[in-house]
Design a protein. Structure first.
Length: 161
């Protein structure tokens, strides 16, 4: 399948919101209570507005992966690192998700490559998310020992370069 990876337009905010809601449930079903997903879905309109603003103001670099039949299969968000640590690379991978139906197809690799190439970068991964951890390790990321507690659980920082 030929996937088209392109920056989003503001008009894509609704499709991106629905994808984001879906992929969170697919990725974290065994790591979070169902109430987290229900609460996120209850705020769908706010999320559409948020994505519209993010896309419109260019506060992060986003890419969408579209199937030939115009289904949205994945997305990535990268940008200037938000952590105040001068030892970190300046680039942060803020999000990279693909639909479970695309796991193992190379789509995640293609999105990561399109987003950051071989650049040094860092990211946060939810503790226990073995699929994501393995993916990032295969792409040269390693834990640096830093953790933070978020509403959804413990996140661990991974760095490459």
């Amino acid at each position: 399948m030929t996937v088209r990876i392109v920056p989003p337009a503001v008009a894509d905010a609704e499709a991106l919101t629905d994808l984001h809601l879906d992929v969170w449930e697919e990725a974290y079903a065994d790591l979070m209570p169902a109430s987290v997903f229900a609460e996120r879905r209850a705020r769908r309109a706010d999320r559409v507005a948020s994505w519209s603003g993010i896309i419109g103001d260019g506060s992060s670099d986003n890419l969408l992966a579209w199937a030939p039949d115009h289904r949205l299969l994945g997305f990535s968000s990268t940008g200037r690192g938000r952590d105040p640590d001068d030892a970190l690379p300046p680039l942060e991978v803020m999000a990279l998700y693909v639909r479970a139906s695309s796991y193992g197809t190379g789509l995640g690799h293609a999105l990561l490559d399109a987003a950051i190439g071989d650049s040094a970068a860092y990211l946060w991964v939810l503790d226990g998310n073995a699929r994501a951890i393995g993916f990032y390790e295969r792409h040269g990321f390693a834990f640096d020992g830093t953790t933070k507690r978020e509403d959804v659980g413990l996140e661990r920082r991974m760095v490459r370069g």
